[in-house]
Design a protein around this ligand. Structure first.
Ligand SMILES: [Zn+2]
Length: 300
């Protein structure tokens, strides 16, 4: 190999690194967690199930909702944007359907699941396509992490939706959630928990668990873009959502069998016929234990 070739290699490596480094300097780093139940067009479980013929359309809508948010974030000066596919198999978004300026985290399992990859280097978090917690009336496909096993999850006595459990992961790293999209019910639930200043963009109004009035697509996507621009523009006004430790997590399942196998895990106690509790001092470690509890409940 000649000296010229070596120099060429060096310059190629430099070119490969520089866009990401300059993007970080160019603007705030944004982390997007995208679920599917709160995406425009989705009203029924069949649409978010990979084995259904209706799934193909929903995964396209998912990318379109994200792209509208990304467009608003970029207009507001975002630097690097990372999107974490957070529903089911977590392989819903067809990679080349996304804005080519963003990174996509795809696939499952991931240690932090819907929040995989978040850390203190991010400036803001956006939740796209989120849904209401289990037991919410008129919330499209309301559930908390697992619709087949979980009836409720309480952290230190407070019942939390997925959006709360995940916001607390971001909060652990001191990163605020600045925006959420979903149905109107979920938007209200998010504001009640994370604060009135949270920017929300509703894409539909739930009539029941599996019926909604969809807002006109053009209007919904324009609202997603505008909300993203607004949220990032005032990002300095948001506080991270932090839950004070130590943590006691009470989990209620749908049936008694689901409370049995989680007891194999150290420190998990039965608190009722269909409920267990777990505890921890570090939120991330406690969250991981919660995930193991839910996984074992699912094989009962
Ligand atoms: Zn989901």
């Amino acid at each position: 190999m000649t000296r010229t070739a070596a120099l060429l290699c060096a310059s190629v490596i430099f070119l490969g690194v520089s866009p990401s480094a300059s993007a970080q300097k160019a603007g705030p780093r944004i982390y997007i967690s995208v679920d599917m139940e709160g995406i425009w067009g989705v009203v029924h479980g069949d649409q978010v199930s990979a084995t259904s013929p209706e799934y193909g359309a929903a995964r396209r809508w998912m990318a379109e909702d994200v792209n509208a948010v990304v467009a608003g974030l970029l207009e507001a000066g975002a630097g690097e944007i990372v999107v974490n596919d957070s529903h089911g198999s977590m392989r819903n978004i067809v990679a080349d359907a996304l804005n080519p300026k963003v990174s996509l985290i795809s696939g499952s399992p991931k240690p932090l699941s819907m929040m995989q990859g978040i850390d203190g280097t991010y400036d803001a978090v956006v939740f796209v396509g989120y849904h209401a917690r289990a037991g919410t009336a008129a919330g499209i496909l309301d559930h908390t992490i697992s619709s087949t096993t979980i009836r409720s999850i309480k952290v230190n006595g407070q019942e939390l939706p997925e959006l709360g459990l995940n916001a607390a992961i971001a909060g652990y790293f001191n990163v605020p959630v600045i925006m959420l999209t979903g149905d109107t019910t979920t938007c209200g639930q998010a504001k009640a928990l994370l604060g009135d200043g949270l920017v929300t963009a509703a894409v539909k109004e739930a009539i029941g668990r599996a019926a909604a009035r969809l807002f006109p697509a053009e209007q919904a996507r324009a609202r997603l873009k505008e909300a993203a621009r607004e949220a990032l523009g005032k990002r300095q006004s948001f506080q991270p959502f932090r839950l004070a430790g130590p943590y006691t997590v009470d989990v209620e399942f749908h049936n008694t069998a689901q409370a049995e196998l989680p007891l194999l895990l150290p420190g998990v106690k039965r608190t009722g016929a269909r409920s267990v509790s777990l505890s921890g001092t570090d939120y991330i470690e406690t969250f991981k234990l919660l995930r193991a509890v839910i996984a074992l409940a699912g094989v009962s």
